[in-house]
Structure formats: structure tokens, C-alpha cells
Design a protein. Structure first.
Length: 279
């Protein structure tokens, strides 16, 4: 059976994934005041981050439309899967689900399933990789869905921000708290709840201590890491990603480690210097 995996553009695709022909991207768009950008191959991260930093307002993102998803589903593959940003953070999941209904009305029945990642960025990447692994093992469509949904429930997302400005601008953090944290160089270690919302797990003063705190948090909560892939994404800080990898490998023994650059819209919250880890 042939398959296709569509990942919204908050997820990262490695060069190998792009070249395989099995993966496609559904692009989000974002507005920073009067600056409009589509998160595709034309996305200019440097320019985007400069616009975000210069604006006092919170950027407004738009998920791919149901029509966009419908057309992505319209392909030669027998099995089609979509992986979206957490439904608690974006309308991408609901849009992808509505796209399935539009497809059926327009083209008829097809085996399509939408996965709510309950994560973002490289968490979506790992889910897409898991789908491909299941398909390559010859699992049925139903077996793939059950296996991947279980995988999502067991996945954990952690992230460390260089700047709190994005959280302040979108109302997740008061201006006073952000100001005090910035003045004291306090770096919060954040995570995702089982429902896919954002929570704070801890904090440390300075990025070096925060990386250690992040590694400690991950090691304290992960079981059977030897059966999992550790994925790290970063925004313009490969050395920091490598340092986090080193810290984690001193505490865990995952079966594999991958590191990718956060090239698109997910760099909004990571900002220059942010790192995300998923296992």
C-alpha cells in the first residue's frame, strides 16, 4: 500500500524526509502588523524574527484552510495521514479534520486520518516518522492509527526559551513578570501537558543552568528511554542543541538522537537561542 503524510508547517521535515516523496507540508501563514508571510520555502526567518522583535504586538497566525488540506489529500496514495500542531494551540487540527469531510464530498471515500500531535515543531516530526515506520512494517491502516495514537500519548515535549517576549505579547505572561525575569536572566523550562497545552516545569538563572535544569526534568520524567528517539530542534543555536544532547546522553540512553533547525513558524516562540526537546 502507498501512503502520504502531511505535516503542517509548524513541524520540521529533515532533508531526507523531503526527498523521500512520502511527506508533504501544509503551510501556515502569519501576520506581524502589516507584514504577511507564508511558512513555505519562501519563508525568511531572519526577516521574520526582526519584524517580530520590532513590533509591540503579538503576531497573528492562520492555519492551513480546509480546502488546502483537501487538496493535499487528493493524491495517488492509498493511505493518507495528517499531523498537526496541538489542537489546544491552533485551529490546524480542526481544519485538517474538516478537510477530510470536504474531500469525501468532492472525491468520495478514502482512508484518511488526522493526528492531533498535542505537541509542536519536532514533536510533529517524530510522529510523522512513526507513521512511516508503521507503514513500512506493513501494518494495516487501523493498526497504524492505533500504534501512533498510543505513541502520541507516551510522547513528552520540553522547551527552553531565550526570550519571554513572545509569551508576553500573546498574553501568556504579564509584562511585569517578563520584565523581572529578563532583568534577572531567569529562563523558564516549559513543557506540554497531556492535553497539549503549555506549562512551566521549572526555571533557572542563566541559560547554562537552565539547560542543566531542562536535562534533569527530562531525565526525571522519562521511562524506557532506550526504546525512544530523542529529537532536539533549535533556533539558530546548534551549539546549544549539541550541549543539551550531551547533557541528556549523560542521563539517558535513547536508541537514537536527531537534531534539526527550527526554520519556520515555530521559531516565533523559540526565538533566537531557543531549544525544543521531544522524546
Amino acid at each position: 500500500m502507498s501512503y502520504k503524510i502531511i505535516v503542517d508547517s509548524c513541524g520540521e521535515l529533515s532533508p531526507e524526509m523531503k526527498a523521500s516523496g512520502y511527506f508533504a507540508t501544509a503551510s501556515l501563514s502569519i501576520d506581524v502588523d502589516d507584514y504577511h508571510v507564508i511558512d513555505d520555502e519562501t519563508f525568511n526567518q531572519k526577516e521574520f524574527l526582526e519584524k517580530v522583535a520590532a513590533s509591540p504586538n503579538c503576531p497573528k497566525s492562520s492555519c492551513p484552510s480546509p480546502d488546502t488540506y483537501m487538496e493535499k489529500y487528493h493524491c495517488d496514495a492509498d493511505h493518507v495521514y495528517a499531523v498537526t500542531l496541538s489542537a489546544e494551540l491552533s485551529g490546524s487540527y480542526n481544519s485538517a479534520v474538516l478537510g477530510v469531510e470536504l474531500y469525501k464530498e468532492e472525491y468520495g471515500e478514502k482512508k484518511i486520518h488526522v493526528f492531533n500531535s498535542k505537541s509542536a515543531s519536532i514533536g510533529e516530526t517524530l510522529i510523522a516518522m512513526k507513521i512511516a515506520e508503521c507503514e513500512d512494517k506493513g501494518m494495516t491502516f487501523g493498526e497504524v492509527i492505533d500504534t501512533v495514537e498510543t505513541y502520541i500519548e507516551d510522547q513528552h515535549t520540553y522547551f527552553l526559551l531565550e526570550s519571554l517576549e513572545a509569551l508576553r505579547k500573546n498574553g501568556r505572561l504579564t509584562g511585569l513578570k517578563a520584565m523581572v525575569a529578563t532583568a534577572l536572566s531567569i529562563k523558564p523550562v516549559m513543557g506540554a501537558t497531556p492535553e497539549g497545552t503549555i506549562c512551566q516545569l521549572g526555571q533557572a538563572r542563566g541559560m547554562k543552568k537552565a539547560l542543566v535544569k531542562m536535562a534533569d526534568e527530562i531525565a526525571a520524567h522519562e521511562e524506557h528511554a532506550e526504546d525512544k528517539i530523542l529529537a532536539i530542534s533549535h533556533c539558530n543555536c546548534p551549539a546549544r542543541a549539541e550541549e543539551l544532547k550531551k547533557l541528556l546522553l549523560a542521563r539517558l540512553q535513547p536508541k537514537n538522537v536527531i537534531i534539526l533547525d527550527t526554520a519556520g513558524i515555530s521559531s516565533l516562540y523559540a526565538s533566537d537561542g531557543g531549544v525544543i526537546a521531544v522524546i
